[in-house]
Design a binder for this molecule. Structure first.
Ligand code: NDP
Length: 505
């Protein structure tokens, strides 16, 4: 039998010297700290960005994008057709052959530096727009997404004129036009991961953002114009999934880069099979975050919270399976529950918010269904008592104990603020359980022994492994997975490699 338990946050008590009465509840709450919406001017309508110009879809079609925290419409956006995709690919091909591919790396770098600088100058605008369109807390878009996005342009700008040093003894040639399809969890950051290395290496791009989060990509189109980027180098074509398929299948595409679900990744791989297109896939995950008994537990608690509740858990590398050594499991879970009770869930635009809105209704339904399956399969559910806003797509931070490896919540990617706790006794058991997944994107290890870290790193089948931290990203560091998490690497020189053809001198 499973039980559902909730716990209210501990009420702070006033000391007698405050004169409120001995042990009285302290009468304060966080004051609202909303970021201003006025820093960004959201237009009523956005067009496609093709060949340096904004244009409507060839059939005049549009769709709306909403704020998931309020369910209110933010803007209507042109919905690309196959004819628009063809036009965008033709523009990108022209630009690659005539201007961008022929330009020296030094000149290309100037444009990338300019874009990076404008992104910094417009960072507040980008952060607010990203939060409104995704539901992620403004603290995260302001402090993580936008700075990291511009850091990718700074970093790859630095490589644009140094390709011969990046690949010594070889000549690095651009591949041509890259088709890039990105998801809704980190729209601007995923755009930067993909566009910055592509452009640095002399490719041009056609990028399709996710339908629920097109706005930051369209603001980026404005930034390209502001940076005087030659027409056709970057093309942004919002539209539904089948438009993404038309794009990646286009015969004039030389390189496909996709981030999203494993299901769509497999479809794209099938579509590209038999062609000479280069392909990188960054797909789902079910990462193990492994805590040994010798770990600093309070530090681990912060890392676990960051690992699974950051961005509402809508993170491909989220630490969604907590593996705790049995001897400290009860203690750690108690600390974790107390910490969960302090998380502030609600308005993403409030600077105090820790957990914002789930990006879309379908995702909220998926999380709800998977959590119900956890309860039905016998795991014990814990959620802190907290008021959720009346409107919008919100979900309480959730923790399951008593989870078996066979439970769906231990196997399937939930992509929400839901942590499944399992225990282990020996390092071998931890390795076996951590690797017992179809995915292989990331993992975390918490221990005070470096020797244990190195031994675990060799045994874990995951593309990225953090030790005594989690969810740390840097443009210089490669990121990518094994097995059903995809293949290829983004970031660092590995990320550059994915956009060049190497020839002998
Ligand atoms: P998808 O994989 O469907 O979406 C990712 C991108 O692919 C979007 O731009 C989407 O467009 C596009 N797309 C959809 N269908 C096709 C297609 N047939 N050919 C080419 N492109 C396509 O993810 P969902 O948004 O549906 O999310 C479903 C699940 O995927 C989540 O619950 C989560 O588990 C996982 N996911 C993983 C991500 C990751 O970073 N690894 C990111 C997002 C989701 P459109 O938005 O128009 O449908």
């Amino acid at each position: 039998m499973s039980t559902i338990r909730t716990i209210a946050p501990a009420t702070p008590r006033a000391p007698a010297s405050w004169g409120l009465g001995d042990g009285a509840a302290i009468p304060w709450e966080y004051a609202p700290a909303p970021e201003s919406r006025d820093v960004v001017r959201i237009r009523e309508h956005y067009g496609l960005f093709i060949d340096g110009r904004e244009r409507d879809a060839s059939d005049g079609g549009t769709f709306t994008t909403i704020d998931p925290a309020t369910e209110q419409t933010l803007a209507t956006v042109a919905k690309a057709t196959t004819a628009d995709i063809d036009r965008a690919v033709a523009a990108a091909r022209r630009a690659q052959r005539r201007t961008w591919g022929a330009m020296s790396g030094r000149e290309r770098a100037k444009y990338l530096y300019r874009i990076a600088r404008i992104m910094q100058e417009r960072s507040r605008e980008l952060a607010v727009l990203e939060t409104l369109d995704t539901g992620k807390p403004i603290r995260e878009s302001r402090d993580v997404d936008v700075p990291l996005a511009s850091a990718h342009f700074w970093y790859y700008a630095g490589w644009a004129d140094k390709l011969e040093y990046a690949f010594p003894g070889r000549v690095a040639r651009p591949l041509g036009v890259a088709a890039q399809v990105i998801p809704w969890n980190f729209p601007l950051l995923m755009l930067s991961w993909k566009i910055a290395p592509a452009l640095a290496a002399g490719n041009t791009v056609v990028l399709k953002p996710a339908s629920s989060t097109p706005l930051s990509a369209l603001l980026f189109a404005e930034i390209c114009r502001q940076a005087d980027l030659p027409p056709g180098v970057v093309n942004i074509v919002p539209g539904p999934g089948d438009i993404g398929m038309h794009l990646v299948s286009h015969p004039d595409i030389a390189k496909v880069a996709f981030t999203g679900s494993t299901e769509i990744g497999k479809k794209i791989q099938r579509a590209v099979a038999g062609t000479d297109k280069a392909l990188t896939l960054e797909l789902g995950g079910k990462a193990a975050n492994i805590v040994f008994e010798d770990a600093a537990l309070d530090q681990a608690v912060e890392g676990i919270v960051n690992g699974i509740y950051f961005n509402q858990g809508e993170v491909c590398c989220a630490g969604s399976r907590l593996l705790v050594q049995e001897s400290v499991a009860d203690d750690l879970v108690d600390r974790l529950k107390r910490r969960l009770a302090t998380l502030r869930v609600g308005d993403p635009m409030d600077k105090n918010t820790d957990v914002g809105a789930i990006n879309n209704r379908a995702q909220l339904d998926k999380i709800t269904e998977l959590v119900a399956s956890g309860v039905a399969e016998g795991a014990e559910l814990f959620q802190p008592a907290c008021d959720l806003p009346d409107r919008g797509f919100f979900f309480r931070p959730t923790l399951f104990t008593g989870v078996a490896q066979s439970h769906r919540i231990a196997k399937e990617e939930i992509f929400g603020p839901v942590l499944s706790v399992l225990t282990f006794r020996t390092p071998d058991e931890a390795i076996e359980k951590a690797n017992n997944t179809a995915y292989g994107l990331s993992a975390g290890i918490w221990t005070e022994k470096a020797s244990k870290v190195f031994a675990m790193v060799r045994a874990l089948k995951a593309g990225v492994i953090w030790a005594n931290t989690f969810n740390r990203f840097d443009p210089t560091s490669p990121f990518g997975g094994y097995k059903e998490s995809g293949f290829g690497r983004e970031g660092g020189m590995h990320g550059l490699h994915a956009y060049v053809r190497l020839e002998d001198r």
